[in-house]
Design a protein around this ligand. Structure first.
Ligand code: SF4
Length: 304
């Protein structure tokens, strides 16, 4: 996507959602935005920032940050909240992709990188081996860069999870996305229980592994349900929880039921910390990969 199109897409989301005052923001200045977009394009890569029309795109690209979306830009699931294209039979994996990602990370000078993926239910291992190769390539090319993977549930395939854990990403992230009662409507195929099982498997395999998950608010969940979800995530071994406002990326996607006030986000942050979650990152603009480097550093500080 060209830089001008990035601007347009971001503005459309703001207009379409007729956002309350606390969701208005200034457009960033400078050339870094374009440089980030160009680097990604040169390496023929995709980012979830662009494919999912993330409202933070301009800010993150301006800070030379992006979340790489690997294994193509077509997903085998069609979740109600996510604007990534759906396909039952996405393109074959690109064996060169791990090296292209590593080169881009190096070029952008990222100290921390988030790698996410489309759900590849068409592949026997859900794409786990490919994701492991991406981690290996980054480790080799970008010494000192910390790595966060934001994965699917691999359809409950524990062997696939083990393949990734062997590569020791600094953070394993899997989003539960919403409360139990809304899961069926918000996510396709995924279940609340399977997400919890994914997170707890990771923590049991390696108690030292930092485990992260995220919840979108504004889909019609109650406060009690959110607190129950926080308790469930903690019991599953989550160290970090992110919470942000759900926004409708296109008309085909689920409508926003409620705009959550920043004070409520603050309240959830305190509730989560009080329950024992090591680090809570909450706010209207928070997404699971938003300011991920800061989140990692603050979690390490809170852990000591
Ligand atoms: S919050 Fe994450 S997905 Fe959104 S633009 Fe920033 S890095 Fe990309």
């Amino acid at each position: 996507m060209k830089a001008e199109e990035l601007f347009e897409s971001s503005l459309k989301i703001v207009q379409q959602n007729r956002l309350p005052s606390w969701l208005h923001r200034k457009l960033p200045k400078g050339n870094a935005l374009f440089q980030t977009g160009e680097t990604i394009k040169q390496h023929k890569l995709h980012t979830v920032c662009e494919e999912a029309k993330c409202p933070n795109l301009l800010e993150c690209y301006s800070k030379k940050t992006a979340t790489f979306l690997v294994m193509g830009k077509e997903c085998t699931r069609a979740c109600g909240f996510c604007d990534i294209d759906f396909s039952k039979a996405p393109k074959a994996l690109d064996a060169n992709e791990p090296y292209e990602v590593a080169e881009s990370v190096k070029k952008l000078g990222l100290k921390h990188v988030v790698i996410t993926m489309v759900a590849r239910d068409d592949l026997q291992d859900g794409g786990a081996r490919h994701l492991a190769h991406v981690i290996t390539a980054i480790r080799k090319e970008c010494v000192g860069t910390t790595i966060e993977v934001l994965t699917s549930d691999f359809d409950g395939n524990q062997e696939a999870l083990t393949l990734i854990l062997k590569e020791k990403p600094e953070i394993f992230n899997h989003n539960i996305e919403t409360v139990r009662s809304l899961t069926h409507r918000v996510r396709f195929k995924a279940t609340y229980e399977r997400s919890l099982a994914t997170l707890s498997y990771v923590k049991k395999e390696n108690p030292e592994q930092l485990v992260k998950s995220g919840i979108m608010l504004g889909l019609g969940e109650s406060k009690e349900e959110v607190i129950t979800t926080l308790k469930d995530l903690l019991a599953a071994g989550c160290d970090i929880v992110t919470m942000g406002q759900y926004l409708q990326a296109s008309k085909k996607k689920l409508a926003v039921k409620e705009y959550i006030h920043p004070d409520m986000f603050k309240e959830y942050e305190l509730i989560g910390l009080d329950l024992g979650i090591k680090y809570m990152y909450t706010g209207p603009f928070v997404r699971s990969s938003y300011n991920a480097n800061l989140v990692l550093n603050n979690t390490i500080i809170n852990s000591h």
